[in-house]
Every structure is written in C-alpha cells, then in structure tokens.
Design a protein around this ligand. Structure first.
Ligand code: GTQ
Ligand code: FE2
Length: 367
C-alpha cells in the first residue's frame, strides 16, 4: 500500500528521525501497521474501486469460446467449459468485479457437464441459441434465447446439450465474494445426469410460474427463488406493456422510453438470489438512462440493439452480446442508438442487507 501523509507532530531532528525509523521497523517485525500511513487508501472519502470499467466484445468472446470447444474437453474435474471475464484492475484474478463472476460457457453437440453442487449462487442468461437443459435439483430446465435460469447455492446441477448444435451462454455467480470471505464448499455429484429427459417445462415452472399464485402446499419465504426459469416471452411482454402504457399516458417506465423489470423471488418479492440482483432493461431509440452512481458493482450484457455505455464520462459503444462492467460508485448512463435491450446483474442484495447500499442520481450529467 502507498504510505500516507506524515502526521503533523512528526519530529525533525536526526536523532528523532532515527528513533522513528526504528519504531516503523519494529512495527513491521511485529506485524503491526499504523493507521496514519494507510488512511487515504483504507478509508477514502468515497469508493475508489480497483475494478475498472471494461467492455468485452461478443465478437471476440464467442469465437474464443468456440475454439475452446474444439480443443478442450468438458468433464469431471474441470467440470465446466466456462471462461471467465477477468477485470483488468483485479490483479489477473478471474473476477469481473470484487464480488461477481461472469463467464461464457460453451457446450458442444451432445456434451454433458457433470453434476456438482457448491455454496456459490449461480444464474445463466441466454443471449442466443437453445438445446441445453440445465438439471437443477433433479429438474431438467430448458435453456432458450432470452431466458434467465437460476441455480441457487447447494443445489446439485449439471448441463446437457441434447442437440447437434453447440450452445453458449453467460454464467453469473458470486464466486469472488465467496472466495474473498472463505465461504466455499463444493461437492461432486454422481457421474452423468440425474435426469436426461428434455421436457418443455420444468417442474419448478409447473409449480411456480403462474403470476401471483403460490402453491399452498409450499407457502413460506425462501432465501432464493424456487422458480428455476424466467422465460423470455414473459420478460418481453412485460416490457412491451410498460412502453405501451407509457405511450397511453400512464406511469409505467423508469424514465421516458426506459422500461425495466426486476427478476424476483415469488416467495418474498425480493431478489432472486441472496447475493445477486438481476434485471432487464429496454430503451427506445434515442432514450437514455438518468446518470447515476451506486455502490457495489454491476455487469451488463447487450441482448439486442446498439448504443453507448457512458462510464465515468468515457463513451463505450456497445452492441449485441457485448458485456460491460460498472465498478462501485462509477457514474454511468446508457444511451440507445436504436432500440436497445440489456440484461444486468449486480451484488446489491449483499450491500442492502448490510445497510451499506447507496445510490446517487446525477441530474446534471456524469462529470
Ligand atoms: O455451470 O456449474 O461459470 O460451477 C462457474 C462455476 C459455471 C456451472 C461457472 C460453475 C458453473
Ligand atoms: Fe456449478
């Protein structure tokens, strides 16, 4: 760490300097560090994240994942052909932010990723393609374009590509949070999948995917959503309706031309996972989000369209599949050039639960 300012009462005579140097040496030997040399670094006036704003281009991510599909087998041990997006500010760790993991996972024709479970919470978001079933807690869940799928911590899960076409998707997990706090437990499941059937609808959806209706046999709040799949047709329809209602003069959108939905846990109305928030945004051509800052970090993926992510005043053009990261307290704003659909996930539930959450709307611009 950089050393901070010398305290006002620092002595100046050569003898005093020598005594002071000896004191610092003894601090070091005794594994002690004085606060006054660290204050600016440890307790900045406002968040000074090491994570950097960054954009990963789908046009670069996908071909590299494809190449991994050709060269690297998937199976027991490595478990997944998942390639993490590594934030350039995080010392070469495979972390997109200090709390979040984002990876592109690729499964070739008829490949199987074996079952395991871990305390890390996970989701999948499908940019394009179909044909993989993720088996969560013995329940096969189809993965298709635009779907948002959950794998809450400690559920056994594996994936199966039941088709002759490859499929890739975005994984999000709280791996860095669990790693940084030494909370990881992991267990292999049996080889192969517990259920190789390929139903249209999972048991989780048959139980939980009826708007506003909870099965009475299973009432009670749960820390993670029991709804394993949030289908694109529902997300899309909700956004279409918000924009239609806005056009009819009703209050339905976040701001003019910006519709958004939060994926939520039907047993609580809260976030889908204890550590991860996820939502989906639609901007009409020319629309923009209000510039703001929030603590914690977020990761966005462009689903369709084209626009600009302005992060800390820097304009990043983004399009289909591009992933970008907004570090803690960075100012950000999203502008749609053409109609723009975006998926986003954040670590906000962690910081809301700990009463550390803060957000600031910047009406006068992003500077
Ligand atoms: O699909 O089970 O990207 O366990 C990282 C860890 C995916 C998975 C990742 C995992 C998985
Ligand atoms: Fe996993």
């Amino acid at each position: 760490m950089a050393s901070g300012p010398i305290p006002a009462a620092a002595p100046s005579s050569p003898a005093a300097e020598k005594e002071l140097a000896e004191l610092y040496a003894k601090f070091g030997a005794a594994h002690m560090i004085p606060l006054w040399t660290q204050l600016g670094e440890l307790m900045p006036d406002e968040p000074a994240p090491r994570a950097r704003p960054h954009v990963w281009r789908w046009s670069e991510l996908y071909p590299l994942a494809q190449r991994a599909g050709d060269l690297v087998p998937v199976g027991r041990g490595g478990e997944r052909r998942a390639i993490a997006l590594a934030n350039p500010g995080l010392d070469g760790m495979p972390f997109v932010t200090p709390t979040l993991w984002a990876a592109i996972q690729y499964l070739g024709p008829h490949e199987v990723a074996p079952e395991h479970r871990h305390t890390q919470n996970a989701f999948r978001f499908v940019l394009e393609g179909e044909g993989v079933w993720t088996v969560v807690n013995n329940d096969p869940v189809a993965m298709r374009r635009g779907d948002f799928l959950l794998t809450p911590g400690w559920n056994f899960h594996g994936h199966q590509n039941a088709t002759s076409e490859p499929m890739a998707w975005l994984d999000g997990l709280d791996i860095p949070f669990v790693y940084g706090n030494d909370l990881s437990f992991f267990e292999y499941g049996p080889d192969g999948l517990s259920d190789t059937s390929t139903p249209e609808r999972s048991r989780a959806e048959r139980l939980w995917a009826h708007p506003g209706l909870q099965p009475v046999a299973l009432l009670g709040s749960r820390p993670s959503s029991p709804l394993a799949a949030y289908r694109w047709e529902h997300t899309d329809r909700a956004l279409v309706e918000q924009l239609a209602l806005e056009a009819e003069g009703h209050q339905a959108t976040v701001e003019p031309g910006h519709a958004a939905v939060r994926f939520s846990n039907p047993t609580t109305g809260g976030d889908v996972l204890p550590t991860i928030r996820a939502d989906f945004h639609r901007l009409l051509p020319g629309a923009a989000t209000t510039p703001q800052r929030e603590v914690g970090s977020s990761v966005w993926q462009v689903f369709t369209g084209r626009g600009t992510a302005v992060i800390n005043g820097v304009e990043h053009p983004v399009e289909h599949g591009d992933v970008f990261v907004v570090p803690s307290w960075a100012s950000y704003e999203i502008r749609a050039e053409v109609g723009l659909d975006l998926f986003r996930f954040t670590d906000a539930p962690i910081f809301e639960a700990l009463h550390q959450y803060r957000q600031l709307t910047l009406r006068g611009g992003t500077s």
